[in-house]
Design a protein around this ligand. Structure first.
Ligand code: 3SL
Length: 239
């Protein structure tokens, strides 16, 4: 039986056992989907940083800098947080420094908490990520980035999808109520996640900012098999 704990908000991370575990950080819309896409599209590494100032320092060390606050591209940055900006050779053989409202903070929090590996979760590579975690075999903590410490639907749904795959559809012996919750939620929404998410607050926020195409892309399953995890302070291709 695979050991798995879902942390529904970064505000709850201090309650989870993280040491010697693999932590999958999820910010489906859009940070971790963008990170996976950047690496898949040929970026050498993505450095997730918390502050705008840290990113600006990295620009002076040759990084392309990207980021958003509340969904808006940061003024003066090379890119926002759209996965499409990472495509068509934009990052080939380049290093990206990314700072976002929620997702990149969770990556640094998971690293600081002493995770064995920090993995970027996305629907885009969910099966490959699941296989990597099963092969590694360590217990898994799924950390949902949410929105400013609040729980959100899209990260919870991915947590449910991943838990279902990791548990081979056999959750009965599971001793974690948050994991049961996301499994039930996923069951309800799985037939059409995009439609289910229309009511969610971040879907609404990104719709107003005209990011529908990004959302459609971020909810696509298994369009590549690149698995992305942290080595030292950077996220890299790990398979
Ligand atoms: O909060 C985050 O990390 C972002 O992914 C939010 S946004 O989709 O870019 O607005």
């Amino acid at each position: 039986m695979f050991e798995i704990e879902v942390v529904l908000s970064p505000a709850l991370l201090h309650l989870a056992e993280v040491k010697n575990r693999n932590v999958v950080v999820i910010d489906i819309l859009r940070a971790t989907s963008t990170i996976c896409t950047a690496i898949h599209e040929g970026a050498i590494a993505v450095r997730a940083v918390e502050s705008i100032d840290e990113a600006i320092i990295l620009k002076n060390h040759g990084y392309v800098i990207a980021g958003e606050r509340n969904g808006h591209k940061i003024e003066g940055f090379d890119m926002g947080n759209s996965p499409f900006e990472c495509m068509k050779g934009a990052l080939t053989n380049k290093k990206l420094a990314l700072t976002t409202t929620n997702g990149t903070k969770c990556i640094t929090a998971a690293m600081t908490a002493g995770a064995s590996n920090v993995i970027a979760g996305s629907f885009l590579n969910i099966d490959a990520t699941c296989e990597w975690l099963k092969t590694d075999g360590r217990p898994v903590v799924v950390l949902c980035a949410g929105w400013k410490d609040k729980v959100n639907l899209e990260d919870s749904l991915y947590a449910g999808a991943l838990a279902k795959k990791l548990l081979n559809n056999e959750p009965n012996a599971l001793d974690c109520d948050s994991t049961h919750m996301v499994l039930d939620l996923y069951e309800k929404a799985a037939s059409n996640i995009g439609e289910y998410l229309v009511k969610s607050s971040h879907y609404q926020r990104l719709s107003h900012l005209h990011h529908q195409e990004d959302m459609e892309y971020c909810l696509s399953e298994n369009i590549f098999t690149t698995v992305v995890g942290q080595k030292n302070v950077e996220m890299l291709k790990i398979n």
